[in-house]
Design a protein around this ligand. Structure first.
Ligand code: NOJ
Ligand code: CA
Length: 702
């Protein structure tokens, strides 16, 4: 196809020569270059003058139509600058600056009469770009065979990655050179629950990378709406990643109609690892909040009838008397309780009392509703109705009891991935929550998706998660969805999305154990898209005390568990262990009671992917600060406390691993000390293997 050279208007933001254009970030640190080379859209990205993404092709292959990969001409460019500070409903800081330069390259494909634009937003900490499909020319309905966006890496660099999968992200991360991904993937992944590992060089995003020159690069996506989830496949000869979307039941990767856009493809970069953690690029690329009234959205600290099942292997189900039956026809009132089902009135009251005594907002109760006798493994369409309590869960009494003590119950909707069934019951289920005063729901999507052939990360499911969220908002309900698609910053637009799991959480400490590097990589990767309901706070490492058959060990010291409330930012934080364990460690538990869940300001003091993270945060509307430090291996460091307010003297309460603490052999050894500090003080950290340190800083009353 003939290439037309267009003379473009030069501007301060974009510089054009022939069809090559560039746009730099406000301070000039980051630069994106775009060109149409022989009809093919190509971009590259530089950081401080170094190419971090080499020239990479862009476009999409379509089903039953000419591809949108070549034959393009550059019609022209539009440039603009944007600088705004916005206030999230909840967050790591009370104000977020959204400051970028924008370039839109308007393309036409003369042979087909179709149009496609590519929009770049260039920030000082990275780049977002997306495809835009205007309702112009001959493009209206189209079906994506695959998106062909390349990310050409500057060599065989280091990556922290989880294997490609359409249905789960519940993996440990691998650290390797790009050239090693194929061999590691082919050997199988420890704890692999995958049904759908799609390629030997397939990886998921958010993907953390580091060049040998020390530039940290993170690839993810922002604002995943009405599109399928982005994965990457590596050409491991040339070190080029190409986008690989999740297919639907027919193998297609997206049904679109103009006008529409792709999600943003994001590249966060810095030569300082702490900047990757501090970046708000993914949030900034999402639309502002869609709700007029957000007064009902509040951060939540909770406990729950949960670890008794996950960690101590008690049943969600009420009875052992039910073989596999059609659960919609069962009258439970005639069935014999198994006597060990934790979601019963007395036990739930015990949790409510504990929550009230220690200042928790909510109590999650799993296993409250009928259906758990045959909930997974059989791909059943009808399991749960999300409304009928078991006979030993008095929903009215328990909610009244909780409310009388200033506590709320948290709803649980395990859908067993029968998504149509959930949508059929959703309105009634949310109304039931309104009736009894619930304002938050933990939902879950365990098992293969029904309708059969759909995947957790396909367009159809992405639309479902958003539907569940926006329907919940009509009832002023906050949502924490487990097993959902990787978050992409949608919590900015829909802040009732207060949490997601979408990664390997604490539950795996009970299944097989998590590595001590796991929570040192999650903030670089999973947390780029939004908060995680990681459910920290496990103080008893030896689970064989509760089930003698159990061999797994919780790989942490107690102080590390405390530090996670700061290093794993979330407005939804669980204290996941059981009350009787906390009763044994009340002095350490004090940190969980004190720590805030919403913040005015956050600073990252030390960080290296999968190795260590130290963060400090100022509680919202308060002068208190909290610090958390975790490390995969033993680590000593000295911190300056210059983030503190210089006009205040604080009492620091330091929760430190004891000198002989070790996550495997001596995990419950800690020492709590107090001292007066100011912004001129230092703090020495001495972290045990797999350990951590947590500090509260409270202004001294003068
Ligand atoms: C998996 C979730 O991650 C876990 O938190 C939950 O308890 C079970 N599914 C049952 O819904
Ligand atoms: Ca899970």
């Amino acid at each position: 196809m003939k290439k037309h050279a267009l003379l473009l208007l030069s501007s301060s933001l974009a510089v054009a020569t022939a069809s090559a254009v560039e746009v730099s970030s406000p301070s000039g640190t980051v630069r994106a270059d775009f060109n149409v080379e022989n009809g093919v859209p190509v971009y590259s990205v530089s950081y401080k003058g170094e190419k971090v993404v080499l020239p990479s092709r862009m476009g999409l292959r379509l089903v039953g139509a000419d591809d949108l990969t070549d034959g393009f001409e550059l019609l022209g460019t539009d440039t603009s600058a944007f600088d705004e500070t916005w206030q999230p409903v909840w967050g790591e800081s009370s104000h977020i600056r959204n400051h970028y330069n924008e370039l839109t390259a308007r393309l036409s494909q003369p042979a087909t009469g179709r149009r496609m634009d590519v929009k770049f937003r260039v920030y000082d900490d990275g780049v977002g770009f997306r495809y835009e499909f205007p309702q112009e020319g001959r493009l209206n309905y189209f079906v994506i065979e695959d998106e062909r966006t390349e990310f050409a890496m500057p060599g065989d660099i280091t990556a922290w990655w989880i294997t490609g999968d359409y249905d789960t992200q519940e993996y440990e991360y691998n650290q390797s050179r790009l050239s090693e991904i194929r061999a590691i993937n082919s050997n199988g992944v420890e704890g692999n629950l995958s049904q759908t590992q799609f390629s030997p060089t397939g990886v998921q995003t958010s993907l953390q990378l580091k060049t040998d020159e020390g530039i940290y690069l993170n690839i993810h996506e922002a604002a995943l709406v009405d599109y399928s989830c982005l994965h990457l496949e590596l050409d491991d000869k040339n070190f080029v990643f190409t986008s690989w979307l999740t297919p639907d039941a027919q193998g297609n990767k997206g049904h679109l109609q103009t006008p529409c856009t792709s999600p943003w493809r994001t590249l966060i970069m810095s030569d300082d690892a702490r900047d990757i953690l501090a970046s708000n690029l993914v949030l900034n690329l999402n639309e502002p909040c869609r709700y007029d009234d957000t007064s009902w959205i509040k951060p939540v600290k909770y406990i729950g009838v949960w670890w008794e099942m996950i960690g101590h292997d008690k049943p969600w189900a009420y009875t052992y008397d039910l073989p596999s039956v059609k659960l919609d026809r069962v009258d439970y009132s005639n069935l014999k309780p198994n006597g060990v089902h934790p979601a019963n009135n007395d036990n739930v009251k015990r949790y409510i009392d504990f929550a009230a005594a220690h200042g928790f907002d909510q109590v999650l109760v799993e296993g409250w509703n009928i259906g758990w006798e045959d909930w997974s493994g059989n791909k059943k369409d009808y399991v749960f109705d999300f409304q009928t309590p078991y006979p030993d869960f008095d929903i009215a009494m328990l909610n009244d009891y909780a409310h009388s003590k200033g506590v709320r119950l948290m709803m649980h909707h395990e859908t067993s991935s029968s998504v149509r069934n959930y949508e059929r019951h959703m309105e009634a289920a949310y109304r039931l929550m309104d009736k009894y005063g619930y304002n938050s729901v933990k939902s879950g999507y365990v098992g293969d998706i029904l309708p059969r052939g759909e995947h957790h990360y396909g367009q159809w499911m992405c639309n479902h998660y958003l539907y569940a969220l926006t329907e919940a908002a009509k009832h002023k309900i906050m949502v924490n969805a487990h097993e959902a698609v990787h978050p992409t910053g949608l919590c900015r637009t829909y802040p009732n999305l207060i949490g997601n799991e979408s990664a390997r959480g604490t539950e795996y400490e009970s299944f097989v154990g998590n590595s001590t590097s796991h929570t040192c990589i999650l903030p670089f990767t999973r947390l780029q898209g939004g908060p995680m309901d990681y459910t920290p706070g496990i103080f008893e490492n030896d689970l064989s005390k509760f089930n003698p058959a159990k061999t797994s060990h919780v790989n942490t010291t107690i102080c590390r568990q405390l530090a996670l409330y700061v290093t794993m930012y979330s407005p939804l934080q669980m204290a996941a262990d059981v009350p009787e364990v906390y009763e044994r460690f009340m002095d350490a538990f004090q940190f969980i009671k004190d720590v805030a869940v919403d913040w005015d300001k956050s600073v990252y003091l030390e960080a290296e992917p999968a190795a260590y993270i130290t963060a400090a945060r100022k509680a919202k509307g308060s002068d208190e600060w909290y610090l958390g430090a975790i490390s995969a291996d033993a680590r000593k460091s000295k911190l300056k406390l210059d983030f503190l307010d210089p006009t205040i003297t604080y009492e620091a309460t330091i929760y430190a691993d004891a000198p002989d603490a070790h996550y495997l052999t001596n995990p419950q050894a800690y020492k709590i000390s107090k001292k007066k500090v100011t912004s001129k003080s230092d703090l020495s950290l001495n972290i045990a293997p797999g350990g951590g340190c947590a500090v509260s800083f409270k202004p001294v009353v003068r």
